[in-house]
Design a protein around this ligand. Structure first.
Ligand code: ADP
Length: 404
């Protein structure tokens, strides 16, 4: 069976094609036959299309035009032509899985996309304005290209639909609950994938494990996973709550917002921009939202970069502490995504605060670019895992399972 995955970002559409036997899912992620990406971050009116295949063929082109649908169609057509050809016709695709960031209260698991599901995704756009509309654009582009194919929506919020009410409801007026103002949590596809993979690496049953998964990318979130279910997480109504991130503030006193609106002539637009785009590592360091740049600046003696690092670590440790008390114990701490997978310094700093649990990180293993590995010492009371998150594979798996 050939499954196409589309992963819509705010300014890009990533895609890949998997081939999976009809009978059973492989236990580990296979390499995709083909991977494509359309980037709209450069000049308006031009899209950068990048494609690579499992056999090493590569293509990179700038495609003019203002229609994202046309750009997407162009990228998908590379599946059947020239050096990047991996199938004869697009009609060979059996199933298409989409990452949809917000599923609201109604979508607690993956669903086959119908007109009603599309309407719901559109209606939830005001809760995820940067993401849900692009997912919808991807769904409609596929409808135009492959009329009859089954499409599945896999929601980033779904994994957290098991949050208990005491965790999910904000201590505002109770009417907020009826208005849908509650904690949804995000990065669920990654937290779920990493939980399953952690159990595999440890050779344990997921149903017996207490895990904290740290998804530290541009956006950062934690999840407390007990017996395979998310029971607490750091992001909330929007992906702005919780940890300090690349360019997002994470949690701040809501009184600051009232103060800025009342006394500092802030508009809603400006507030939105500042909290999402110019805060976090970028805002404090004044260097970059990229942890690599911040780390370089620290090595050059930049004190603002050092402050940004210290704040990031402090908030990460506090967040882990909160997840720990929700779980009431810990079997493994899992690091994933750009920073989690690639920054030994952040992993070490987070782990140092957990020594009182008997958690001991092996400093040598931590430095050796671990991938899907346990980096705790043999005598550590808690395992520490570094897992390469595979959201696209998780989407393909869930789509396959739904169809079966
Ligand atoms: P996204 O959240 O957009 O999916 P990623 O998970 O790819 O992003 O994470 C991107 C971030 O990962 C970068 O902004 C950078 O801060 C961080 N990163 C990538 N490589 C490294 C590295 N070698 N050391 C430290 N941080 C890294």
């Amino acid at each position: 069976m050939k499954i196409l995955v589309l992963n819509a970002g705010s300014s890009s559409q990533k895609s890949c094609l998997y081939e999976i036997a009809d009978e059973a899912l492989p236990t580990q992620a296979p390499q995709p036959l083909w991977e494509g990406k359309v980037n709209w971050t450069q000049d308006k009116g031009v899209a950068e299309v990048e494609v690579k295949t499992a056999t090493g063929a590569k293509l990179q082109e700038s495609i003019p035009g203002d229609s994202p649908q046309a750009h997407l169609t162009y990228m998908l057509n590379t599946l059947t032509r020239d050096v990047t050809k991996v199938i004869n016709q697009l009609s060979e695709i059996d199933l298409v899985g989409h990452r949809v960031v917000h599923g609201g209260q109604d979508y607690r698991e993956s669903v086959v996309i119908t007109e009603d599901v599309k309407k719901a995704i559109a209606n939830l756009s005001n809760l995820a304005p940067e993401h849900n509309p692009s997912a919808l654009a991807g769904i409609e582009a596929i409808e135009n290209i492959l009329e009859k194919v089954t499409q599945v929506a896999v929601f980033d919020t779904a994994f957290h639909s098991t949050l208990p009410d005491a965790v999910a409801i904000y201590p505002g007026p109770y009417e907020w609950v009826d208005q849908g103002i509650r904690r949804y949590g995000f990065h669920g596809i990654s937290h779920q994938y990493c939980s399953g993979r952690a159990a595999q690496i440890l050779g344990k049953d997921l149903a017996s494990l207490r895990l904290i998964t740290c998804h530290l990318g541009n956006g950062c979130s934690l999840a407390a996973v007990k017996n395979g279910r998310s029971i607490d997480t750091s992001m909330g109504f929007t992906p702005l709550e919780g940890l300090m991130m690349g360019s997002r503030s994470g949690s701040i006193d809501p009184g600051i917002l009232i103060h800025l609106l009342r006394y500092c002539d802030y508009s809603i637009k400006k507030l939105d921009y500042i909290l999402n785009k110019t805060s976090g590592l970028r805002g404090i360091s004044d260097i970059s939202s990229d942890m690599r740049e911040v780390t370089k600046a620290i090595a050059q003696g930049n004190t603002r970069a050092k402050l940004a690092w210290d704040m990031y670590v402090h908030r990460l440790r506090s967040g882990i502490g909160a997840m720990l008390t929700s779980l009431g114990g810990l079997d493994a701490l899992v690091f994933t995504a750009g920073v989690g997978e690639n920054s030994p310094g952040i992993r070490q700093a987070a782990c140092e605060a957990l020594g009182f649990l008997g958690l001991k990180i092996d400093l040598e293993k931590n430095q050796q670019q671990p991938v899907d590995e346990d980096i705790a010492t043999d005598d550590s009371a808690v395992r520490v895992l570094v897992i390469h998150t595979k959201e696209d594979w998780a989407i393909a798996q869930q789509s396959w399972q739904l169809l079966k």
